[in-house]
Design a protein around this ligand. Structure first.
Ligand code: SAH
Ligand code: CA
Length: 214
């Protein structure tokens, strides 16, 4: 489901700074070699993430769900000097490819890429995280939020991707309430009701929830 007119979306993409050769290559290789290439952030969302991070200049970013590294590289480009991106993924089949992309980005020394279940890894991370991008399995979004929120400073930002879940958050899309949809609904409600944060949902691509810790 597209949330805006496809022609307007194409217009937005056309008027978004071009992807560089590395990001184009990551898209190509993801489409050619990896399952579910639709999961990649892509041109528009990648640039938006990069611009957000350039506005925030965080010291530490935690990304939950690396996939093929596209969003991670976009975000790492906005880190403060000496800052780092910790990025987690459970899928070790992508490791060699992703490490190669991080090397090519010239930012590998600032990227701490860890393989394993984020639910196990996050408790071992000290923080503080200035920015957290939640983009792994939808079922655990609320758990990820609970695991990171106390490790974030006032002013810290949580971004969570796919919170409109192709429109399935709406009643008409909800005929079959699968587990992931239920989890997204619970997550959106939880953040909205959490008095520790102020938040909004950006209707970008599949929906990005933004919460700022008070
Ligand atoms: N952020 C990427 C896309 C992430 S796709 C981008 O925008 O380009 C979601 C990823 O979450 C997949 O690579 C999947 O392997 C990972 N994932 C799913 N469950 C996970 C878990 N429990 N711990 C860590 N990663 C997980
Ligand atoms: Ca996503």
């Amino acid at each position: 489901m597209e949330f805006i007119d496809p022609e307007l979306l194409a217009y937005c993409e056309y008027h978004t700074s071009e992807e560089d050769a590395l990001l184009k290559k990551i898209v190509r290789e993801t489409q050619a070699k990896v399952l579910m290439p639709r999961m990649i952030s892509g041109h528009l969302q990648g640039k938006i993430l990069e611009l957000f991070v350039k506005m925030l200049r965080p010291n530490t970013i935690l990304e939950i769900g690396t996939y093929t590294g596209y969003s991670g590289i976009c975000m790492a480009r906005g880190l403060a000097e000496g800052g780092k991106l910790i990025t987690l993924d459970i899928n070790d089949e992508l490791e060699t490819m992703v490490r190669g992309f991080f090397e090519e980005s010239g930012l590998a020394s600032q990227i701490d890429y860890r393989l394993g279940n984020a639910l196990d890894i996050i408790p071992s991370l000290e923080g503080p995280f200035d920015l957290v991008f939640i983009d792994a399995d939808k079922f655990n979004y609320s758990s990820y939020y609970d695991l990171v929120i106390d490790k974030m400073p006032s002013g810290g930002i949580v971004l969570a991707d796919n919170v409109l879940w192709s429109g399935k958050v709406l009643p008409e899309g909800r005929k079959k309430l699968d587990k992931d949809t239920e989890a997204i609904l619970d997550f959106n409600r939880k953040v909205h009701q959490d008095s520790r944060v102020e938040n909004s949902i950006l209707p970008i691509r599949d929906g990005i929830l933004m919460a700022r810790k008070l």
